[in-house]
Design a protein around this ligand. Structure first.
Ligand code: HMG
Ligand code: MG
Length: 298
């Protein structure tokens, strides 16, 4: 049955901006994050502590985290691929960290320069340190439906990696259709395989909209009881190691759909649209949300 409430994980400041070629100042990112919290977002992935040579746009994440005026009740999270990233996140005041694995060996190599098994070895000390420091750890699995290098991905492989992340100590695993190739059929097949091992309460969907399927796939996920949805304001984004991948599903479009379904998100659509309009103007980018375009034209 459909959930009554959905928690939206806003990934715009991280997933949305990581692929932008022109440097974006910490001040602009901080202003975006403030506008997103003002709109009612309670979880904002605000940056990542990866090798700055791999993702230059995220190099200044220290300054971003240090500049945020934290709002009570909001989690400001960071992506951390290894202990070095974890130490940087901790020192900068991140509330929560996210580790990221893949269901495809080739993608794991391209994205993190290691095998899936090696990535799990890197995560163990992060999870241990986070426990000690009182930080929650979220897990990601990339390429849950398809991989830019390997093609179709076996749902059993996704279930296996997701289960390993939960067993290792992640409170939630976000299932990423990194290149947006899924349809409601393949997403449901994948989710049913994962749901045999992990309850819906511990799962999120993270859907890129490359083929225009993300909203349909979210609806399909809701039908299977998933109640956490990752999205990116103004549909910003793409992954540097997944050529042709477009942005995440736009947060505005998700909120509009959930409002229509009578599902509570706690997010104010008008304020969210203002946040998206702000960042699109600041970085001179087309707004990727159809809802925002429609309502801004009024
Ligand atoms: P590596 O080059 O193999 O690392 O990168 P290394 O351990 O061999 O170290 C090489 C150098 O990098 C050393 O410096 C390290 O200190 C430095 P040097 O001695 O040469 O001066 N280094 C670091 N510096 C700062 N922070 C760090 C760090 N780690 C090492 N954390 C690594 C391995 C995993 C770090 C690299 O491959 C990397 O940074 N990958 C991240 C790529 C990335 O950010 N991708 C996008 C995010 S994932 C995503 O978007 C998918 C998602 O949205 C879900 C979905 O859509 O599917 C989550
Ligand atoms: Mg992503």
């Amino acid at each position: 049955s459909m959930p009554k409430k959905v928690r939206i994980v806003e990934v715009g400041p991280r997933d949305g901006l990581q692929n932008e070629a022109t440097p974006i100042s910490a001040d602009t990112k901080i202003e975006l994050i403030h506008k997103l919290s003002e709109a009612g977002h309670c979880y904002i992935e605000s940056g990542s502590f990866v090798n700055p040579k791999w993702v230059p746009q995220m190099a200044g994440s220290e300054a971003v985290f240090e500049g945020i005026q934290k709002k009570t009740g909001v989690e400001y999270a960071a992506l951390t691929p290894n202990m070095k990233g974890y130490e940087r996140a901790l020192a900068s005041g991140a509330d929560e960290v996210a580790i990221f694995a893949a269901a495809s060996e080739a993608f794991s190599q391209k994205n993190t320069n290691c095998s899936i098994a090696e990535s799990m070895e890197r995560f163990a000390p992060i999870i241990e340190a986070a426990k000690r420091d009182g930080l929650k750890v979220r897990g990601y699995v990339s390429c849950v439906v398809g991989c830019p290098y390997e093609g179709d991905i076996d749902p059993e492989k996704v279930a296996e990696i997701a289960e390993k992340l939960i067993e290792a100590g992640c409170y939630e695993v976000s299932l990423g259709d990194t290149i947006g190739v899924g349809t409601p059929a393949s997403v449901k097949t994948m989710l049913n395989a994962v749901l045999k091992k992990i309850p819906a309460e511990k799962l999120a969907v993270h859907l890129h909209d490359t083929y225009g399927q993300a909203l349909a796939n979210i609806y399909a996920s809701l039908e299977l009881g998933i109640a956490v949805v990752d999205s990116s304001v103004a549909g910003l984004g793409g992954c540097p190691y997944a050529k042709g991948a477009s942005g995440n599903v736009a947060s505005e479009d998700v909120v509009y759909m959930l409002n229509g379904l009578g599902i509570d998100t706690g997010v104010n659509l008008d304020k969210l649209i203002q946040a998206g309009d702000f960042i699109c103007k600041a970085i001179d980018r087309d707004n990727g949300s159809k809802t925002a375009k429609a309502l801004l034209a009024k």
